[in-house]
Design a protein around this ligand. Sequence first.
Ligand code: ZN
Length: 128
Amino acid sequence: MRVKTSQKFEVVDLTAKVADAVGRSGVVEGLCTVFVRHATAAIVINENADAGFRHDIIAALDKLFPQGVWQHDKVDDNGAAHLKAAVLGPSEAIPVGGGRLLLGTWQGIALVECDGPRERQIVVDVRA
Ligand code: ZN
């Protein structure tokens, strides 16, 4: 799937789209892997009911990784974005049971854009 982000640093909920892909796959018991094909974006599973938490992820990562102090900034000025994405990781794996994602009540799947706005390619792989 492709997701267009609209801001420099942003958390985009993907839960409904991934759940849709699992439903269309016809897989009843298996594993769903969600993988973003970029070095400055990440996939996370966490709280998705509270929009405040999405802001907290962004604020916390900004505190950990300030702009403009990294060696990679000499290449294309986005060292902080790479570090944020590296710490979060490019993928998550979610068990599938009864034909649906076995997420907890408060868990959602999100793309974390660390160097947008851009169009991001995300692979959703569902296997029995
Ligand atoms: Zn770079």
